[in-house]
Design a protein around this ligand. Structure first.
Ligand SMILES: NC(=O)c1ccc[n+]([C@@H]2O[C@H](COP(=O)([O-])OP(=O)(O)OC[C@H]3O[C@@H](n4cnc5c(N)ncnc54)[C@H](O)[C@@H]3O)[C@@H](O)[C@H]2O)c1
Length: 432
């Protein structure tokens, strides 16, 4: 039998003409094979398409799926809405970032107490003992404040929050704090204080209505400034640490969003905040722990053996400053990402105006704790600390009547009382 050329297999059969049986079988087999391979190719194509789509999605969502999936769902939305409920006439609805942190937890409680809506947000990172953050969160939840567990870099989660609640204000307190840790983990400062800030401002600019933004900068922006007291108009272009540099960058970044998108911005330069539920990485806190445990404390000295001094500011005074800022903030002027008119841009010092040297602070602690400290004096290393801080607060006083009222003695007494009730006298509970 003559062999068939490939092309012949595809010749149409003419009706009524004789067909060779073997050719027909061959044809059917080939058709079947051809359709199977076509199907296979289609399937392959579909699989490739799905894979491409999924990897595109994960690329688009890289600011989302990478983060925790602890948010979302009907129950979660219900909790957010309930927490944001305003319960007073002319009240505000505030998204508080860093709500499980020291300042954030106090501000959230104060807002809720007067009937404002508060939704917290925190990633509960382990920069210091997260169990302290969880305990603060429990305190907040006992007052019906819901703290969302999430990262400020999670754009999808932020968009969802602004979709659910028309926040009137953002109180942005989440940050990587601490001056010395920046030499150990510089990326964490970029992650939270730069990238996170931009993600948050993007969400605010797009939100409708746009919230008024009040956020924590820091007295550290004064860096190597030697003119005292520090005024808002003083130089802030010589930061002494990466932490300070990221806070200074934050002031410039927020200015951009104010200028382009009409976001109302208030930046607050806090001066060494202390008090109950404070931060374990801060000197007054770790000194208390070491003194009680009989361990030595390191006290740094500045150039020519000068004592370092700080404008220690009690937490309740800082809370008053935060709330005064929220209440006096004008509305943002943009919507849908477009600015309609010039918006408010403010920066305030929030300090106590009376610096105290570190050895004096230790003396107060020794008295309160009734234990003598084992002091180890060292020359201050060049790791980002500055010799002194001192706030001029006349701008905040003029704008919203800011007036700190707690001196260091009174404030430390309250701190020590809290410390002993939280950790106990047995010193057994370790604090990171
Ligand atoms: N305490 C001070 O003396 C002081 C002084 C100057 C400025 N500040 C600023 O005030 C703010 C509050 O400080 P604090 O003392 O309460 O610090 P804190 O560390 O106790 O609180 C910050 C909170 O933000 C959270 N957080 C950090 N990165 C986050 C992220 N990417 N996403 C979500 N949550 C995140 C942390 O888990 C923490 O609970 C910070 O911006 C800090 O830089 C504080």
């Amino acid at each position: 039998m003559p062999s068939l050329e490939d092309g012949e297999m595809f010749l149409p059969s003419t009706p009524g003409k004789f067909k060779d049986k073997s050719i027909t079988m061959h044809r059917q087999f080939y058709r079947c094979f051809a359709s199977t391979s076509t199907m296979f190719l289609w399937a392959l194509f579909l699989v490739a398409l799905t894979a491409a789509y999924l990897s595109f999605q994960s690329f688009v969502d890289s600011g989302s799926r990478y983060f925790s999936t602890a948010w979302g769902g009907i129950q979660w939305e219900k909790q957010v809405r309930a927490s944001a409920q305003i319960r007073r006439h002319n009240g505000v609805s505030v998204l508080v970032t860093g709500a499980a942190g020291f300042v954030g937890s106090h501000v959230s409680l104060a807002l809720k107490k007067r009937g404002d809506g508060v939704v917290g947000l925190d990633n509960f990172n382990s920069y210091y003992d997260p169990s302290l953050k969880r305990d603060r969160r429990n305190l907040l939840s006992s007052q019906n404040i819901f703290v969302v567990e999430g990262d400020i870099n999670d754009a999808r989660m932020l968009a969802k929050l602004f979709e659910i609640v028309a926040f009137t204000h953002l109180m942005h307190l989440a940050a990587q704090a601490g001056v010395r840790y920046a030499m150990e983990n510089p990326q964490s400062y970029v992650h939270s204080n730069i990238a996170g800030l931009v993600t948050l401002l993007e969400a605010c600019k797009t939100a409708d209505p746009q919230p008024a933004v009040v956020w924590a900068s820091s007295s550290s922006v004064y860096g190597l400034n030697e003119k005292a007291p520090f005024s808002e108009s003083d130089r802030t272009d010589r930061p002494a640490s990466l932490y300070a540099a990221t806070k200074k960058a934050g002031e410039e970044i927020t200015h951009t969003y104010n200028h382009i998108y009409g976001l109302s911005i208030t930046g607050l330069r806090f001066f060494t905040v202390y008090g109950p539920w404070g931060r374990p990485d801060m000197a007054y806190f770790s000194f208390t722990r070491n003194i009680l445990q009989g361990k030595p404390i390191t006290i740094y000295k500045g150039k020519n053996h000068v004592d370092l001094a700080r404008d220690f500011t009690y937490i309740d005074d800082i809370v008053k400053g935060c709330i005064g800022s929220l209440d006096s903030a004008k509305k943002s002027t943009g919507s849908g990402g477009k600015k309609r008119a010039a918006a408010q841009y403010r920066i305030f010092n929030l300090g106590n105006t009376s610096p105290v040297t570190v050895p004096m602070m230790v003396g107060i602690l020794e008295k309160q704790l009734k234990v003598k400290a084992k002091k180890h004096m060292l020359e201050m290393p060049g790791n980002g600390d500055v010799p002194f801080t001192h706030a001029n607060i006349s701008s905040a006083r003029k704008e919203f009547g800011y007036k700190p009222t707690t001196d260091l003695q009174t404030g430390l007494r309250k701190f020590v009382r809290w410390y002993l009730s939280y950790y106990g006298y047995d010193h057994g509970k370790s604090v990171k």
